[in-house]
Write a protein that binds this ligand. Structure first.
Ligand SMILES: Nc1ncnc2c1ncn2[C@@H]1O[C@H](COP(=O)(O)OP(=O)(O)O)[C@@H](O)[C@H]1O
Ligand SMILES: [Mg+2]
Length: 391
């Protein structure tokens, strides 16, 4: 069922044209009612999709969208409003699945509602499948359409930073840049085993004890499964192997970080099935931003809406280049993190010491600490303490 929260009785005809599973709900008192109360009442009708508007004042609509996310995570929320960038970004940030203009064509409205309904259906199916299994921790998949964007820099620093925050043995890091992964270089690891060995072993059925042997300990306390060390070995790693490995890693570690190759290949796609969070990484240049837009669109088509999406812009420079506002408009996602270009990062990569290990006051290190803080699991999901207090 799809419920429209709209004061416009004149809208009912239009809803009839949309089909029998669409209804309008509205109470005179709603503008004065706490959003959580409205959300609870609407959620009790068990709709797959809730549409906020038309005719709901924008700021109020945003508080409602947020409230729906708090009350139930397995509904899609579509907002009707002006397609201004600020509103689109604010709506996405509040947890809306989509935003449509009040004068949206019938066809487009039908398509939007279909997408939203499909997304909610998938969310429910996956909730049922994972059922009463032990609650999984965070699985953060780092994605970018382009090589060199900073995926490995961010993944390695996120692992180091989170391991230092959470303690040894709490963070697993998987290199899914199967052909050219270089996590072991940028973290100065001397791995005895890698993903290739795990793939081979998984043919006989991989178990936690075996996988643990394949992991390499990093001095930060993180455990790393590096990429195969030859292209020949890489050939033999397929999506099923990735599934077998992630099934176990997500049991072993409260936080699993997955570094990937450019684009979304079969390995990354499998990792996305496990993702609670996706971190898109882009550099602030037009070709990358355009490519990222396509990637985010593809992502929506795949229907991985249940994973929280974040965007980091890396190598931000003071002047010139495409602005943050423009990036947000193009991609339709808020920029959560801005990491400045810094020599310190280049040096840290060359030396094999992630900059969060000894970055001091480097501006990129500071920004990376903010990324870490945002992913520290806590009562509210996001903890506000800054990583700066270490040591
Ligand atoms: N903020 C930054 N400032 C300067 N150099 C950076 C920054 N981020 C990454 N780099 C450098 O760019 C190169 C590619 O980064 P990397 O993280 O390996 O990209 P990816 O994994 O997306 O291919 C590395 O040499 C790294 O040191
Ligand atoms: Mg890389």
């Amino acid at each position: 069922m799809i419920v429209f929260l709209s004061p416009f009785a004149s809208f009912d005809e239009r809803l009839e044209a949309l089909g029998s599973t669409t209804t309008r709900a509205w109470e005179e008192s709603w503008p004065e009612t706490p959003p959580d109360t409205i959300a609870a009442e609407v959620a009790s009708k068990d709709p797959l999709v809730v549409v906020v508007g038309p005719g709901v004042e924008e700021n109020m609509g945003l508080t409602w969208v947020e409230a729906f996310g708090r009350v139930r995570q397995d509904m899609s929320v579509v907002m009707v409003g002006d397609m201004k960038t600020e509103l689109v970004v604010a709506a996405m940030r509040a947890g809306a699945t989509d935003v449509v203009a009040p004068n949206v064509s019938h066809q487009e409205l039908v398509a939007t509602l279909d997408r939203a309904r499909d997304a909610a259906t998938r969310m429910r199916e996956s909730t049922i499948v994972s059922g009463d299994a032990s609650p999984r921790g965070k699985v953060i998949v780092v994605l970018s359409p382009k090589g060199g964007a900073g995926k490995t820099t961010i993944s390695s620093n996120l692992a180091v930073g989170l391991a230092e925050e959470l303690g040894p043995g709490e963070v697993g890091l998987l290199d899914l840049d199967v052909q050219f992964g270089d996590l072991s270089h940028v973290m100065s690891l001397m791995p005895e085993h890698n993903l290739g060995d795990a793939a081979l072993a998984s043919r006989q059925g991989l178990d936690p004890t075996t996988l643990k042997i394949f992991l390499t300990h990093h001095r930060s306390g993180a455990f790393v499964l590096p990429a195969p060390d030859s292209l020949v070995q890489a050939e033999d790693v397929n999506a099923d192997h990735v599934k077998a490995v992630l099934d176990i890693m997500t049991d072993l570690f409260p936080v699993v970080i997955v570094d990937t190759a450019a684009g979304i290949g079969e390995h990354a796609l499998m990792a996305l099935e496990f993702a609670t969070d996706v971190l898109f990484v882009a550099s602030p240049d037009t070709p990358t931003i355009r490519a990222l837009r396509r990637e985010v669109e593809a992502f929506e088509l795949i229907g991985l809406v249940q994973a929280q999406r974040h965007m980091a812009v890396n190598r931000v420079e003071g002047r010139g280049g495409i602005g943050i506002g423009e990036i947000e408009t193009t991609i339709g996602l808020p920029v959560s993190f801005q990491i400045p270009r810094s020599r310190g990062v280049v040096v840290s990569t060359d030396e094999g010491v992630p900059i969060l290990e000894d970055g001091g006051r480097d501006p990129a290190a500071k920004a990376l600490r903010e990324v870490v803080s945002a992913f520290v699991p806590g009562p509210s999901g996001i903890r506000s303490t800054r990583f700066g207090r270490k040591k």
